[in-house]
Design a protein around this ligand. Structure first.
Ligand code: HEM
Length: 423
């Protein structure tokens, strides 16, 4: 079975494009080969067929998880994510876990987190002056938000302790090549080997998390996401085990930290280069604020693909594809294709307010179907609160050229860290 056409460069070369210049790599592949396009990189062992047209994307999101599991694409995360992780499960187990994990993101509960996020955002931005690397600061802020809102960390001292443990562990997870290498080796060659160091970091991190869980159990009724997760009951009415809660927290951390930080960094990168948009934010119109958030997520989606590995042959958009390949909804192309969005490369929040509503099938920064991001309402609220807090600031770009996209672990980030001059 022939795969759809794609770049013929060796996998090593395509990997360089995919990692270092993903925007140009995907755009060129699409311009040259159309939709779909098959790419070969070291990112996955198998070739990957990228789909970006709305109908094909819908078909990818509707694939039967028994044939096209998403969990397998996250397999390399297992040593950190844990056996109960929503990221690794498929089918009924995944749906069960998903129902549990959606609890904290509903209605009143979700809204109650808003003021906490707004307060942390204002505190962070109030100390900015001169040259600020916003990506680094947004990593700091989004982790702070997770520690306080998800875990219910109290006080600066406890937050700092948890931050140190999380940062140490995430550093090993973030460096993808090392993580992949460790997933292959997974042999403990002593505490000083990379795998040994990683295991130790995870153990230290788990010990702290289990402490936090024990305290939350002892003092029920707090207002953190963990408190909500503690109220879960499975079909037999049993509460979640410590390990299960630990894996849920890690899923929220892995899903919600880098993705939100990257999206917020892109927001600063775009606003610094679009003073008229920033000025209009100052008017305080909630509809415009929402449009800016949507436009940042469209113009610079932090996650570029939603991949699935085929266990059996399937047909997508008229293409027969064999078992063993990866197929992906290419979020980046779907959100940025010139034929799908008028003036796609322009940063124009007004497109969300005037004229025809964009096609919801192309608006997929959070993926779609049964794996659509469970944290999406929280992520959008977080972005609104940070941008609201930033509305009154004066920022300029350090260099006028737009920053290019590069990959950092699972997300794409501005290659110079979205540096701005404040004041
Ligand atoms: C702007 C920020 C964010 C973006 C762009 C984003 C995007 C995504 C995408 C594209 C997926 C995968 C969809 C798929 O494979 O089809 C996903 C999954 C997920 N996200 Fe997010 N996300 C963001 C923030 C968050 C936050 C704040 C949380 C939690 C606090 C979160 C938790 C999750 C979880 C748990 C999953 C797995 C869902 C599943 O497998 O069923 N995300 N996200």
């Amino acid at each position: 079975m022939d795969l759809p056409p794609g770049p013929r460069a060796p996998a090593a070369w395509q990997t360089v494009g995919w990692m270092a210049r993903p925007a140009a790599f995907m755009r060129r592949a699409h311009e040259r080969f159309g939709d779909p396009v098959t790419i070969r990189t070291y990112w996955t062992e198998e070739p990957m067929v990228l789909f970006s047209g709305p109908e094909a994307v819908r078909e990818v999101f509707r694939l039967d998880p028994a044939i096209a599991p998403a969990g397998e694409s996250w397999e390399f995360l297992r040593p950190f994510a844990g056996a109960h992780s929503i990221l690794l499960l498929d089918g009924d187990e995944h749906m069960r876990e998903r129902r549990l994990l959606q609890g904290p993101f509903h209605g009143e509960r979700m809204r109650a987190f808003g003021p906490v996020v707004a307060d942390l955002a204002r505190r962070e931005l109030s100390v900015w002056s001169g040259r600020v690397a916003t990506l680094e600061r947004m990593r700091h802020l989004t982790l702070e938000i997770i520690l306080r809102v998800v875990l219910g960390a109290r006080g600066d001292e406890e937050t700092a302790r948890l931050r140190a443990a999380v940062d140490g562990t995430l550093d090993s997870v973030r460096s993808m090549p090392r993580m992949l290498a460790m997933a292959l080796v997974q042999r403990d060659l002593g505490p000083r080997s990379p795998w040994g160091r990683f295991r130790l970091a995870v153990e230290r991190f788990d010990a702290l998390l289990l402490d936090v869980i024990a305290r939350a159990r002892a003092e029920p009724g707090g207002d953190s996401m963990l408190a909500v997760l503690l109220e879960q009951r499975d079909e037999d009415g049993a509460p979640p085990s410590d390990r299960h809660l630990r894996d849920e927290i890690v899923a929220l951390l892995v899903g919600g930290h880098d993705s939100s930080a990257a999206s917020l960094a892109w927001a600063f990168e775009r606003l610094a280069r679009h003073p008229a948009v920033h000025a209009r934010l100052r008017d305080g119109d909630p509809a415009y604020l929402d449009a800016v958030v949507k436009e940042v997520l469209r113009a610079r989606p932090a996650l570029t693909i939603a991949p699935r590995r085929l266990l059996a042959p399937v047909e997508i958009a008229g293409h027969r594809l064999p078992a063993g390949v990866q197929v992906a909804a290419c979020l980046w192309l779907a959100l940025r294709r010139e034929d799908l969005w008028p003036a796609a490369s322009a940063f124009r929040p007004e497109r969300w307010l005037d004229g025809p509503r964009p096609n919801p099938l192309s608006w997929i920064p959070f993926g779609g179907g049964v794996r659509r991001c469970t944290g999406a309402p929280f992520a959008e609220m977080e972005m609104r609160e940070v941008l609201r807090a930033a509305a009154g600031m004066r920022i300029r770009p350090v260099r006028p050229q737009p920053e290019r996209a590069r990959r950092s672990m699972l997300v794409v980030v501005p290659d110079r860290g979205a540096e701005v001059l404040v004041g």
